[in-house]
Structures are given as structure tokens and as C-alpha cells.
Design a protein around this ligand. Structure first.
Ligand code: NAG
Length: 999
């Protein structure tokens, strides 16, 4: 049975219909005829498709895709022809496709059938499709797809293709098309209005080694572009732009680090415009020029506007001239060469002049056009946001592109005073990054729940003009990319409670799974992204997860293994034509992430076991070597799929970082070995206990402070241990086989085994010890003795002390009970929840590091806040037996998500925590940042984003007994994941103690 800690519940998922393949959109496709359907392909005959020769070439092109998509599904290719109203073909029915205000055929249909066009007229990227009777003279019925503009028509076509069964990823992720002999649309059809976000796009970035090496092999004859050696030519971009349009994206920032879009292939710009993609350039590449590549090729003098303005002006002017007839969204402003800040002095005045000179260029080039009509964007990235905060402004018509911190936390949302700009605002978001505290660019590591939380706030705060997503090499972020685009297309469809439906419908669309298996894939994806997001794989080390406390590393591996097995089960059961897609989209990320995690934990255990003089150190060392090979095998398997279609796509190094930047080679994590042919000085028997790094008998620095002459280990028990038991490890201290027996001096200790054999091939045995609480009153002591008999060596033994404390809560208490010296609570598990002004702390299912999170919802609009003690609150009843060092204090750590002070300097994130009727304590947990910088505590291997959590510490005077913890909303958008109350026993771990027992 596939069960794992932290996964979303199987029950409660709603499954979309099996027949149509839609993810959230209205569905209008059927595979059986009914009185309310119109035939696309019926009895082997395709209904002809009529276009107008005066429509956009990009619509003509997409219509050809539409016709071949129908052929992919049915085997029948419908006729596709231009029709003019004076020479209509003899047809009784047709599919008529065209753009409003562009296609003369559509104009004729509108007139002839007296069609209402309110749903497309004057709209941006809208479409409408339905059956029309007597659309044109002689045609009795047609299915008419009208776009409000070029992309409206294209999206209308691709929306149908997707529902027919052609995945947007049919080429990019090898998703096979499910075939049907009959294909219909509903007469009522489907429609979509203007998208929620106007420009929705991708940024291919840091594309070396994977994407670049792959593209070089697949799209060139081994040599790239003449000046740059870039492989990103129009063959590559044609494939990419089709994908973008099928995903209903419209905007694109090209690869830049060793490429220059308009220079690499003179057809690149034309192809983008022809397909219907609005071209941009990244935040640091003004005026459609690639920086640094083009500057390094063609620049004369310095990339410094204070000394080289004339040349740089010309450099920008020339490109603006070149692309003036293409759909372009110009980046304005300027950064230093190589994505670095401009030189330190006089930046604000200089940048002001740069922006006004760029306006001059637009005036010159687009002579006669209102320059406020030319799409322009100024990205407030890193230090540029600091200039903005210090007063620098761009013209009103320029879109302000706010950014995240490169780690998915948006730095600032538009304030009310910033929202009536005609240029509006947008967001630059990352799924992939090169920089501090460490690159993450290998594998999927972003949770949809988090993306939704941040972008829903962008919708709320009207940062909806541009959304651009940095996707590194594109693969393997397919699902995340699709969610980003789907959400930007229609934000009203998605909320925290139906995000699982998105993944389930995606899994059903891509792999044709049953709803049960679709839900399993949803859990797999939720697990992989959660576990890769709570610490990026690049940041893992030997002891990220505690090897001794809370069974943390063990649990991590057990859960990975269960998820891996679930994925393997589905992979094995899939028909062979679906295996490649499943491997790319699900199975490889699971296997590869599990392998890397296992490698690091095994590496840590090899070091720990060696320090304990246990020969199992070598078993773990061997395992690291095997896993290091397996990691390479998985990469190879990916590269060999479909005769090498994705060769190089997994070239990214990812094992063992030495600093923030990617390692030049994968390096095997350290292995530590003991001389297993020789017996340890302390004898064959090694004893370790849960919660300790030490080992007995003999000396070890972790046994006691002195490190020698230490007492035997002690196992402590109370009635509310989260696991209900403790373990003792019996290990081999050398090659000699021995028999062990375990005895205790009391009747109330239960052991899973009392005797066994340790050999060099089975060098570790884990024995679980529990207490029969019916036989223990108060605190009782006991002793366990482990005796080992090795042939020819006589016996040796080790004792373990036991202290059992029969803690008891009053029978009328309900809530969390202290166990093991802590109370640990998942934030969603409230005792009470109080709504104020319609706002309550609501669960964000699947969000965060362990289970889920809570946040005030709805967010309540601008400047909605409360003083501590007056707003929405959640309460948790808990019971304690101890306090820290018996001093009457407990430490309450509220673990919150590392979202930033995005509501502006006057509304920094705050939360208030209260115990019983003590004063609530308010904490502003993200310190104020220097303008343009990340806040103190953000960076470093133990910072907010590396740990993917922020701790809010408070101390309260709390006597043992029943209590209530309250968390108060002070500011919106605070996200609480977990609460840990330390009553004196808290041990180090990455995720905090497992949740306490709740009675
Ligand atoms: C329709 O006309 C356009 C413009 O002349 C042309 O490019 C296209 O190939 C024609 N389409 C078909 C299906 O004949």
C-alpha cells in the first residue's frame, strides 16, 4: 500500500471526465455523436476546414497544425482550404476558422448569420467557437472558431487540439496521442475571454550545459551560428514557439549567455513574429539587444552610458529599427555588462537619462505612433529595485516588472498608489537559478502550491500585465511551466483547494491513466516537488536530515522509497508508447532525486558508522558508490530515450557543490571506511541508541562530555513518544561473527528481538524497545543488558539504562501532548479557528516542508491588518509536563514560509503568538532590507531560502499542565507551517520533531 508521510490524501480528489482532455478549461469535445454535437470526423470523413487567405499567416500555420492534429487523433486529414465568399466550395457543412476584423470570411459569416460577436470584439486574445446554422450561402451548418485577434484564433485552435487528445507536450515530452475513429465538438462549443495576465512567457536561461548541448546536436550540423556558435536557430525556435502557443503563452526571453537571438539566425525574429510570439529580452538586456554577447561582438568602447552614450544610443536605435515591424515588448533601463549592477556612482540620474533616451529612440523609430502604445518593460531586479525605492521612476506607460528573490518569493507587489499606471505591473519568477546561496538548475524543485500562493497575490495586487518564468533549460520543468501558463491564462479557475485537480487532470491527459492512478501521480508529484523544494537537491549534504534524531533521515528515505515504488508500479503498467513521456515527466525526477538523497544519507551514515567503529560504515560506503553509478545510469537512460532524442538534456552536474556555482564534474560524496578485517579495540560488539551519535563499549567523543570513562547510554521513555518506541542498534565491530542476547531486569520492557546473530555480512541489527505502561507508575528505572558471544573470544557485554516516565493527561483534555520533551504541531491541526471580518486562517493543502500551511484567507485587500489580539486567530490546545531546565519557561518556535515583505515598507510581515492569557507577542520576522537587497538572514547555507523556512522564536512562562497557544493574524500573506514548543527536550533536526500525539 502506497502511503507516505506528508502526502496529500487520496480521498476527496475530484476526477475530471475521462473523455475530454482538458485542464480546467470548458470542454467542448466528444468522441460519440449526439444531437448536440457537430462532426469533426465522422464515419471516416473529415469536415473540411475553411480559412481566409487574408488572415494572419500565423493563423494559417496554426490551422495546418489543427488539421494534422485531427489526423493524429483519427487518421483522417480534413481538407484545409482558403475560401472566398464569391467562390464558396460546394459543402453542406464546414469548420470555419478566422480572426475577427482580419478574416474577410469571418466578416461574411458574421454578416450572413447575424452573429453576435460581443465575446471577441475589441478583446485581447479571446476566442469563441460554436455551431452556426446557415453561416454562408449554401452551407447549412458550420463550426465557427473566431479569434478576437491573431493569438485569439491560434489559442482557439490549440485549445480544441488539446481536447482532441494532442498534448501541448506531444513533441517536447513525447506524450502520445490517444486515437479515436470519431471526433465531435459540442454545438455550444467553447470560448475564452481575455486572459488574466496579458503577457505570459518563458525565459530560457543558464542554458549550458543541458539545453545548449542538446540543441547543438539536434538543430545544427555540429556548428552553431557564425558569430556566436549558438545552436538556437529558427529550427529550434519553431519547435519552441509552437509549444508556447499550445500552452497559451505569448511572450519569450531568448537564451542569452552565448547566444544573440537576432544575430544567431536572421530568421529568428521573423519566425517569432510569424508564429505570433511577442519577443522580449531579459531584464538586463535593453532594447531587444543581447547583452553581453552582442555588446562583446559589436560594441565599441565601454558598456557605460556615462562615458559612451552616443555609441550605445546608436546600438539600441539600430535594433529598434530592425524589429519595429515585429511584435516586441522592449526592455528598458540598463544593467552592467554580464548581469551586474551598473557602476556604483550616480546611478539614479544616469538611469533616468537612459530611460528618457530610450523614449527618444521609440519616438524616432515609431514616428507617428504614441510611444505609450509601444509595449515596454522596466525590470526592478536586484539593485534596480533599490533605485526605484530611492525615487527613480519610469514613464507611466512602462510596465514595472517586479521580481522574486530568485527563489520564488516575490519581493514586492504593487501598492495601491502604484496601480493606476497605464503600463501596469508584472512579475519575473524563477523555477531555476544560478547564484546565491547556490544554483538550482538540475531537476524540478518548485511546488505548485507555492507558485499559486505567490501568483494569486500578484493577481490580487494587479501585477498581471506580464508574467515571465525563468525555466533554465525548459526540461524538466514541464508541469510547473504548464501550471504557470494555465494560471496566467485564467486565474479564476484555480484556488488552493483544487490544485491537486490540476495535476490529476494533467496526469490523465498525458498518460491516459485511470482516476486512481492519476491521483497516485498527483501524490508522487506533490512528494517530489515538496521534498526537492524544502531543500534544493544542490544544497543537500551528509547531515541535512538528522541521522540520529527523530528518525529523520530514515523517514526521508522510507518516503522516497514508497514514492519511487509507486512510480515504478505505474511506469511498469503503462503501454510502451507512454513510457517515454512518463519517464521524462514523472519517473526520472523521482528516481534521480531519490538516488541523490539516498547517496547523501548513505554518505553521512558511512561517516557516522565509522566513528562508531561499526563495519557497516563500509556497507554504506559501497552503497554511495553504487548510487553514484546509478545516478549516471539514470542520466544515460534519459539520454538514450527514443534513440537519443534528449541526448545531453540531463548534462547538468548536481552531485557535490563546492560553492554557489555548479561543480565542473559530479563528485561522489565522501565515503568513510573502517578496516573491517580487524576487530575494533573495544571488541566485536558495538551498541548505539536512538538520539545519540555515540557507540558503546569503548571510548567515543559523543558518549559523554569527557569522551572516556563514560557511563552506559540511557534510553528515556514517556507515554507520548511520537513513535511509541526507541531503538537500540547492535553492530559488528569487526569480522567476527557473534551471537547476542538481550535481557532486562523488569517485566515492563518489550523488545522486538532478544537474540540474534551478527556477521560481517549482516553487520547491523535494530531492536525496538517499548514500555508496557500498564505496569509503570510515575518514573521507573530499568537496565537492559546486551551480551555478545563470539566463537573463541568468550563473552562481552554492554548495559543500557532505561528511564520510563508514565506521563498522564487528564481524561478531559483534548489536544497535543508533550512527548520526548517537545510539543510539535502541524499548523493545519487547529483546536479552534476564529473568523474576523470574513477572514480566517485557512489551509493551503500541500504547501511547504511537511504537511501543509495556513494563511489568512481571503487576504482581505490592501492594508487589511489587525493589532495583535484583535484579528483572525487559530488556537492549539497542548499539555506539558516539563519546562526548559525546570525553570518554568517553554520556547515556542513558529515555523513560517520565507515569503518576503512584499506588501511594502509600511506593511512588513508580522505575526502574534500568545499562550493562555499572557500578552500576545508580535514579531516582524523578515527584517527590513537595504533597498535593492535581500533581507538579513536570507542568504547562506542556513538562511531563509536554503532552509525554505523562517523560525519565529518566542519564550513564555508556562507551568506544566493544559494550555492554549494562539496565533493571531496581524498582516496578511503570512504563512504558518508548523509550531514547535520546546519543554526542554528539543533536539536538532531539519524539519523539527514529528508531530506530537493528539488526544
Ligand atoms: C491560404 O492563403 C494564404 C495566403 O495566400 C497562403 O499562404 C496559404 O498557403 C493558403 N492556404 C491554403 C490551405 O491553401
Amino acid at each position: 500500500m502506497f502511503r507516505s508521510w506528508g502526502m496529500c490524501a487520496l480521498a476527496g480528489l475530484i476526477f475530471f471526465v475521462d473523455t475530454t482532455l482538458a485542464i480546467g478549461q470548458t470542454s467542448c469535445v466528444a468522441f460519440k455523436s449526439s444531437p448536440a454535437t457537430f462532426p469533426i470526423v465522422n464515419n471516416g470523413k473529415g469536415t473540411p476546414i475553411l480559412l481566409s487567405s487574408d488572415d494572419w499567416p500565423g493563423v494559417q500555420r496554426a490551422a495546418a497544425d489543427f488539421a494534422s492534429d485531427i489526423q493524429k487523433v483519427t487518421g483522417v486529414k480534413p481538407m484545409l482550404m482558403n475560401a472566398t465568399t464569391d467562390k464558396l466550395p460546394q459543402l453542406s457543412s464546414a469548420i470555419i476558422i478566422g480572426t475577427f476584423n482580419k478574416s474577410s470570411l469571418i466578416q461574411q459569416v458574421v454578416q450572413h448569420a447575424n452573429l453576435s460577436v460581443a465575446d471577441v470584439e475589441g478583446k485581447w486574445e479571446a476566442f469563441s467557437a460554436h455551431e452556426v446554422k446557415n453561416p454562408l450561402p449554401g452551407i447549412s451548418s458550420a463550426y465557427v472558431i473566431i479569434g478576437s485577434d491573431k493569438r485569439g484564433s491560434i489559442y482557439g485552435l490549440y485549445d480544441h487540439s488539446e481536447q482532441f487528445g494532442v498534448s501541448p507536450w506531444y513533441w517536447w515530452a513525447d506524450v502520445p496521442t490517444t486515437t479515436h475513429s470519431q471526433l465531435f465538438v459540442t454545438s455550444s462549443g467553447c470560448a475564452h475571454g481575455t486572459p488574466s495576465v496579458k503577457y505570459r512567457g518563458l525565459f530560457l536561461n543558464d542554458e549550458q550545459p543541458a539545453l545548449q548541448n542538446w540543441a547543438m546536436e539536434k538543430f545544427t550540423n555540429g556548428t552553431g551560428a557564425a558569430l556566436t556558435n549558438s545552436p538556437f536557430n529558427h529550427f529550434f525556435y519553431s519547435n519552441l514557439f509552437e509549444l508556447l502557443l499550445r500552452l497559451k503563452a505569448n511572450y519569450f526571453w531568448p537564451a542569452q549567455w552565448s547566444s544573440a537571438f537576432y544575430v544567431d539566425d536572421s530568421l529568428n525574429g521573423f519566425i517569432a513574429d510569424y508564429y505570433g510570439i511577442v519577443m522580449g529580452t531579459s531584464h538586463e538586456e535593453p532594447m531587444a539587444r543581447s547583452i553581453p554577447v552582442e555588446w562583446n561582438l559589436f560594441g565599441v568602447g565601454e558598456w557605460d552610458y556615462s562615458v559612451n552614450a552616443d555609441f550605445i544610443y546608436e546600438f539600441w536605435l539600430n535594433r529598434t529599427e530592425e524589429v519595429k515591424n515585429f511584435d516586441t515588448l522592449f526592455t528598458v533601463g540598463m544593467r552592467g555588462n554580464g548581469d551586474l549592477p551598473l557602476s556604483q556612482d550616480g546611478n539614479i540620474q544616469l538611469l533616468g537619462k537612459i530611460i528618457s533616451d530610450q523614449a527618444k529612440i521609440f519616438t524616432t523609430v515609431f514616428n507617428g505612433t504614441d510611444i505609450g502604445e509601444i509595449p515596454q518593460m522596466w525590470c526592478l531586479y536586484k539593485e534596480v529595485e533599490g533605485y526605484y525605492d530611492n525615487g527613480l521612476r519610469a514613464p507611466d506607460y512602462v510596465t514595472l516588472l517586479w521580481t522574486d528573490d530568485n527563489w520564488g518569493n516575490i519581493r514586492r507587489f504593487p501598492l495601491p498608489s502604484e496601480r493606476n499606471r497605464t503600463g501596469g505591473a508584472g512579475v519575473y519568477y524563477h523555477y531555476d537559478y544560478v547564484g546565491d546561496p547556490r544554483d538550482y538548475k538540475w531537476i524540478t524543485s518548485s511546488q505548485i502550491s507555492k507558485t499559486h500562493e505567490q501568483l494569486s497575490l500578484a493577481i490580487d495586487r494587479q501585477a498581471d500585465r506580464i508574467w515571465i518564468l525563468n525555466v533554465g533549460d525548459l526540461k524538466p520543468y514541464e508541469l510547473g511551466i504548464e501550471f504557470f501558463m494555465t494560471y496566467g491564462w485564467n486565474a479564476s479557475v484555480w484556488n488552493p483547494n483544487n490544485l491537486d485537480n490540476f495535476v490529476t487532470s494533467w496526469a490523465q491527459r498525458e498518460f491516459g491513466l485511470s482516476s486512481h492512478d492519476g491521483a497516485t501521480v498527483t501524490e508522487i508529484i506533490a512528494n517530489v516537488t515538496r521534498w526537492n523544494a524544502r531543500r534544493k537537491p544542490e544544497l543537500l549534504n551528509q547531515t541535512t536530515y538528522s541521522l540520529t534524531n527523530y528518525r529523520e533521515a530514515d523517514t526521508v528515505l522510507t518516503n522516497w522509497e514508497a514514492t519511487s515504488n509507486a512510480s515504478t508500479r505505474i511506469y511498469n503498467a503503462l503501454p510502451s508508447n507512454k513510457k517515454a513521456a512518463f519517464f521524462e515527466l514523472v519517473h526520472h525526477p523521482v528516481q534521480a532525486s531519490f538516488t541523490l538523497q539516498n547517496m547523501w544519507i548513505s554518505s553521512g551514515l558511512s561517516a557516522l558508522r565509522a566513528s562508531q567503529a561499526r563495519i557497516s560504515a563500509n556497507t554504506y560506503a559501497d552503497q554511495v558508490e553504487d548510487l553514484f553509478e546509478q545516478d549516471y545510469q539514470l542520466e544515460q537512460q534519459y539520454h538514450q530515450l527514443l534513440n537519443g532524442k534528449w541526448d545531453h538534456m540531463m548534462d547538468q552536474t548536481h552531485v557535490m557543490y563546492y560553492y554557489w556555482q555548479q561543480p565542473m564534474a559530479n563528485t561522489m560524496p565522501p565515503t568513510t571506511r573502517v578496516q573491517a578485517k580487524k576487530q575494533a579495540l573495544a571488541g566485536p560488539l558495538r551498541v548505539g541508541i536512538e538520539g545519540s551519535l555515540g557507540a558503546w563499549p569503548g571510548d567515543n567523543p559523543n558518549q559523554c562530555a569527557l569522551g572516556y570513562n563514560c557511563p552506559p547510554p540511557t534510553l528515556t521513555f514517556d507515554s507520548y513518544l511520537p513513535f511509541g518506541n526507541r531503538y537500540i542498534d547492535i553492530g559488528a565491530g569487526g569480522p567476527n561473527t557473534f551471537q547476542y542476547t538481550i535481557t532486562s531486569n523488569v517485566s515492563w520492557l518489550k523488545l522486538t528481538t532478544t537474540s540474534g546473530t551478527i556477521t560481517k555480512d549482516t553487520p547491523d541489527e535494530r531492536i525496538f524497545v517499548s514500555v508496557d505502561w500498564t505496569k509503570v507508575t510515575g518514573v521507573e528505572n530499568a537496565s537492559i543488558r546486551i551480551t555478545a558471544n563470539a566463537a573463541g573470544q568468550g563473552s562481552s557485554s554492554q548495559s543500557v539504562n532505561v528511564v520510563a516516565n508514565h506521563t498522564v493527561v487528564p481524561s478531559d483534555f483534548h489536544g497535543f501532548v508533550e512527548g520526548d520533551g517537545v510539543v510539535s504541531i502541524e499548523a493545519a491541526h487547529t483546536s479552534r479557528n476564529t473568523t474576523i471580518d470574513g477572514i480566517s486562517w485557512s489551509e493551503l493543502p500541500g504547501y511547504g516542508r511537511t504537511l501543509s500551511a495556513i494563511t489568512p484567507w481571503p487576504r482581505g485587500g490592501d492594508e487589511k491588518n489587525f493589532t495583535a489580539g484583535s484579528g483572525p486567530s487559530v488556537e492549539y490546545d497542548f499539555y506539558t509536563f516539563n519546562s526548559i531546565s525546570g525553570g518554568g519557561k517553554v520556547a515556542v518556535t513558529t515555523l513560517v514560509a520565507p515569503t518576503l515583505n512584499g506588501l511594502g515598507p509600511d506593511q512588513r510581515l508580522k505575526i502574534a503568538v500568545q499562550v493562555d492569557s499572557l500578552e500576545p507577542v508580535t514579531t516582524q520576522f523578515i527584517p527590513a532590507e537595504i533597498p535593492g537587497n535581500v533581507p538579513p538572514g536570507w542568504d547562506g547555507l542556513d538562511g531563509f531560502v536554503a532552509n525554505s523556512i523562517v523560525s519565529v522564536p518566542n519564550t513564555f512562562n508556562v507551568a506544566p499542565g493544559a494550555h492554549t497557544l494562539k496565533i493571531w493574524m496581524v498582516e496578511p500573506t503570512v504563512i504558518v507551517e508548523k509550531i514547535v514548543i520546546n519543554t526542554g527536550g528539543l533536539l536538532t533536526s531539519y524539519l523539527g520533531p514529528p508531530e506530537s500525539v493528539r488526544v
